[in-house]
Structures are given as structure tokens and as C-alpha cells.
Design a binder for this molecule. Structure first.
Ligand code: PLP
Length: 375
């Protein structure tokens, strides 16, 4: 079976993890800070590592002090975690449509949705390609709201020669097994705003204050630590940081491999009529995370199943989040974002990962060709 995504582990990755098991501290050991520093260099901003991309989003929303009744303007072309974590703060999710060529939030559809309750614009770097950061940042600054970037797909990507992580007010990453690098489970928050980052750190470390100069209780001994705001345990253990750190050394190699895979797909499938690809923005230099193809709506399901019958386990990214029953129960209706819905109904993510062999990719290509020919 050829999966749509898969991690790549080499002996260095394995050795790093095994070695870390001998560290004195399995949770907050020396590798946590090392991983945070390594990431900071890659994303161009200080980072705090957390236990998942979902935790990173939750911590980011806590950092911007998302409150019940606040609104976030976002696009539905994402994994539900982008919105679930905001909804759990009591925020209202306001949907803007996407640019059908990139899958990313369309800045032109954002401005008319801004209200006095809007707290943030939340964009998702679909398939690894950065959102239109300068335009979205302009809108956010003009309206005094935050720009949050869900960069779960786009570690290592750049926009206008600037690193993803250094541009939005706050950016979140995921190191889930299928992502550009993995720590098994894991995530990170990045921000060049020290206040936002420290709030994200505090939220993901139980809200615990350890610095005596910040204490409100001053009559206790040297063991003392205290909580000012509630937080959760979203720590990323040292063992997983060992893996993340090792994988991070391979990011450049991963980037070129992903570019090669994408080029091969486009070269081989480029002139099949009815088949379309995601478009690259001229301003962006992505680390491609997915390879989506777009087929006629009425053929998608059959093609997906036919791929499976040939041993190719494709994926669909994503059902518009507001189609989920949890949103339908809140009164959201289908039809809200027609471009995102059309995008979803035509999309299939082909196998796209570091260790996909030329032979396997050829098999995917030939299968797609044979399916396309009969339509
Ligand atoms: C766009 C997006 N946001 C958030 C997440 C959540 O990340 P995690 O699975 O690490 O919690 C994912 C991945 O699953 C994702 O693809």
C-alpha cells in the first residue's frame, strides 16, 4: 500500500531518540531549549514547543487573549483544529472564502467581514504555501487586530524572502507524523512579540510562574511557584524534542526532495485534460507539504476509490470545516464559501513524502493516467 504521507526516519533520528532516554529529565530536559532555538533559527522568531499543532493553536489564542464573543475571520480549508481551539474559548468563527488557485484565505473576502468584535484574522498555509502575508498584515494593522498564521503545513517556507514564523503576529506549527518534520506528536508557537510568546509559553506550562520577581505571594520559601492565569500541560517531552531536533537538521534535504517529487508529478500529469494543480504564488518559496490534484467533481469519489483499489491510499484535504456537524449544529449552512466547497469537491491529495520511491511515484502516475483516460 502506498500511503498519502509518511514520516522519514534515518539512523541519526533513531539514535537521537534512544540517546535522549538516558537524560536525567525526560520531560523538560536540555533538548527542549535546543529544539526551540533550532526552530527559532528556521522560522525567524523565538519559539515555544508544545505537544501538538492543536496545542500550539490553543496557546496562540490564549496569547491573544481570545474571549467569549470575540470573532476570528478564517477560511474553512483546514483541519478542524484551527477552529475548534478558538471555539473552545467561546469565539465566533467567521468564514471568509479562499483563493481557488492556492487554497489560501482570499484577502479580498476578509475586509467586509471585520466587525468591532473581530480579534484576529487566522490564515492557514494550505499545502505549505504561505498565505498572502503582506496584504493580510496590512488589513490586520489597519483594523488593530491580530494576524494568526496556522503554519502546520509550512515549516521552512518563505514569503518574499522572509521566513514563515517571522511575519504574522503569532504563528503555529505542527510536528505530527505526516508534517514537514515530525516529533511523533508536537508543535510550536513562534512570535517576535515577547509578550505574546511569553503568554503562549505560560499557557502551555500550566500558567506556572517561577520567577520570584513576578510573585504575588512573597512570604513563602525558595520552593515556591504560583499561578496567575490558568493554563494546561502542553509540554513537549525531551524525548520528542530529540527527534524533532534531529529531523530539523534534515529540513533542507526534505525541502528539495519535496520539490523534486512535485516537479515529477507535474511533468508527468501536466497535460491530462480535466486535471488541475495548485498554483504557486510568485512571492512564495514553499516547502510543499501536500500534492493536491483537482479532478471533475462528479468523478472524484470514483477516482479516489479506484486509487485505493490499486493500492494507493490518497487523502482529501479538506472538508470545509463548517460542514462538520458540530458547526451545522451551531447554524452554519453549506454554501457559505462556494469556492472552498468547489475546491474540496474536486480535491485529492496524492502520495507525497520523502521516502516515496521513483517506482512508487511512477505507479501513482500511471494509475492516475489510466483512470483519467477512461473519463
Ligand atoms: C492546518 C492544520 N492545523 C492544525 C493541525 C493540528 O496539528 P496536530 O495534529 O499536530 O494537533 C493540523 C494537522 O493535523 C493541520 O493540518
Amino acid at each position: 500500500l502506498i500511503p498519502y504521507a509518511r514520516q522519514s526516519m534515518n539512523y541519526k533520528d533513531i539514535y537521537a531518540v534512544v540517546k535522549s532516554l538516558r537524560n536525567d529529565l525526560l520531560t523538560t530536559g536540555p533538548l527542549v531549549e535546543k529544539f526551540e532555538n533550532g526552530l527559532a533559527a528556521v522560522v525567524g522568531a523565538p519559539t515555544v514547543v508544545v505537544s501538538s499543532g492543536t496545542a500550539a493553536l490553543h496557546a496562540a489564542y490564549s496569547a491573544i487573549d481570545l474571549q467569549p464573543g470575540d470573532e476570528i475571520i478564517t477560511s474553512p480549508m483546514t483541519f478542524v483544529a484551527t477552529h475548534a481551539t478558538a471555539a473552545l474559548f467561546g469565539a465566533k468563527i467567521v468564514f471568509a472564502d479562499i483563493n481557488g488557485r492556492t487554497g489560501n484565505i482570499d484577502p479580498a473576502s476578509v475586509e467586509s467581514l471585520i466587525s468591532h468584535r473581530t480579534k484576529a484574522i487566522v490564515g492557514i498555509d494550505y499545502a505549505g504555501q504561505p498565505i498572502e502575508l503582506d496584504e493580510l498584515k496590512r488589513i490586520a494593522e489597519k483594523n488593530g487586530i491580530y494576524l494568526v498564521e496556522d503554519a502546520a503545513h509550512s515549516l521552512g517556507s518563505e514569503f518574499k524572502q522572509k521566513k514563515v514564523g517571522s511575519i504574522a503576529d503569532i504563528t503555529t506549527f505542527s510536528f505530527f507524523a505526516t508534517k514537514n518534520i515530525t516529533s511523533g506528536e508536537g508543535g510550536a508557537v513562534a512570535s517576535n512579540d515577547p509578550n505574546l510568546l511569553s503568554r503562549a509559553r505560560s499557557f502551555s506550562r500550566q500558567g506556572m510562574v517561577r520567577n520570584p520577581s513576578e510573585f504575588k505571594i512573597t512570604d513563602q520559601g525558595s520552593w515556591h511557584q504560583e499561578v496567575h492565569e490558568f493554563g494546561l500541560n502542553y509540554r513537549l517531552p525531551d524525548i520528542l524534542c530529540a527527534l524533532g531536533l534531529s529531523q530539523l537538521q534534515r529540513l533542507d534535504e526534505f525541502k528539495s526532495k519535496r520539490n523534486l517529487l512535485r516537479d515529477s508529478y507535474i511533468r508527468a500529469l501536466g497535460n491530462i485534460s480535466g486535471l488541475e494543480f495548485l498554483q504557486k504564488n510568485s512571492e512564495s518559496d514553499p516547502v510543499w507539504h501536500l500534492f493536491p490534484i483537482f479532478v471533475p467533481k462528479n468523478a472524484r469519489s470514483q477516482i479516489f476509490d479506484d486509487l485505493a483499489k490499486s493500492g494507493i491510499k490518497a487523502q482529501v484535504n479538506y472538508i470545509p470545516t463548517y460542514w462538520h456537524p458540530v458547526f451545522q449544529d451551531l447554524g452554519y449552512k453549506r454554501g457559505l464559501c462556494p469556492i472552498a466547497e468547489d475546491f474540496y469537491q474536486r480535491e485529492i491529495s496524492l502520495p507525497f513524502y520523502i521516502d516515496l520511491t521513483p517506482k512508487e511515484q511512477k505507479k501513482v502516475i500511471n494509475t492516475i493516467k489510466s483512470l483519467a483516460l477512461i473519463r
